[in-house]
Design a protein around this ligand. Structure first.
Ligand code: PRP
Ligand code: MN
Ligand code: MG
Length: 181
């Protein structure tokens, strides 16, 4: 992984902890979707690692598609403005859609995305996220699968970036405040 210098404050979840939690989430998903097929919708770019690892832990037949939206720009604050940068290629009619995310922060991205995808005629729309920050919530989002709830700190690694860096860290850690202050 990249040279972190002193930008990393502390590790929140190791690769082993992430893997173990994903296996539990996948087992829950397999139970819930028994006899069905799933369309996993990964939200670029942060969800790439969760998508890769969660999808491999799921046994239920599935397809994958990707959507690119942006709410953060390059800073550390959620703007509340959601833009579609790349739409899905799939038709959602009668599909069991499971949105895959790295983190739910204010909830603005997912609230918007869930209602947008729900309007396209799917059989169901649920959300799976690796992380959630309950203290940062600005809107209520109904999330079925949550890896870990975390305090309101800036997190990096495992897909999560600060100014597009650190996504490749195999663990999830907090960014030292001196980096963004
Ligand atoms: C981050 C994260 C979620 C969203 C959560 O994405 O990956 O998609 O913000 O924030 P919210 O709950 O406050 O809406 P970002 O917009 O930084 O794009 P990225 O995935 O390309 O890093
Ligand atoms: Mn994202
Ligand atoms: Mg980001």
């Amino acid at each position: 992984a990249s040279d972190m210098g002193s930008d990393l404050e502390k590790i929140l979840f190791t690769k082993e902890q992430i893997d173990a939690r994903l296996v539990e989430m996948a087992a829950e998903i397999d139970r819930d979707y028994e006899g069905k097929e799933i369309l996993l919708v990964g939200v670029l770019r942060g969800a790439i690692m969760v998508m890769a690892d969660l999808s491999r832990a799921i046994s239920t037949p599935l397809e994958m598609d990707w959507m690119a939206v942006s709410s953060y720009g390059s800073g550390t604050k959620s703007s509340g403005v959601v833009r579609i940068l790349k739409d899905l290629d799939s038709d959602l009619t009668d599909k069991h859609v499971l949105i895959v995310e790295d983190i739910i922060d204010s909830g603005l991205t997912l609230a918007w995305l869930k209602s947008n995808l729900s309007s396209r005629g799917p059989a169901s729309v649920e959300i799976a996220t690796m992380l959630r920050k309950p203290e940062a919530a600005k809107v209520e989002v109904d999330v079925k699968y949550v890896g870990f709830d975390i305090p309101n700190e800036f997190v990096i690694g495992y897909g999560l970036d600060y100014a597009e860096k650190y996504r490749n860290l195999p663990f999830i850690g907090t960014l030292a405040p001196h980096v963004y202050n």
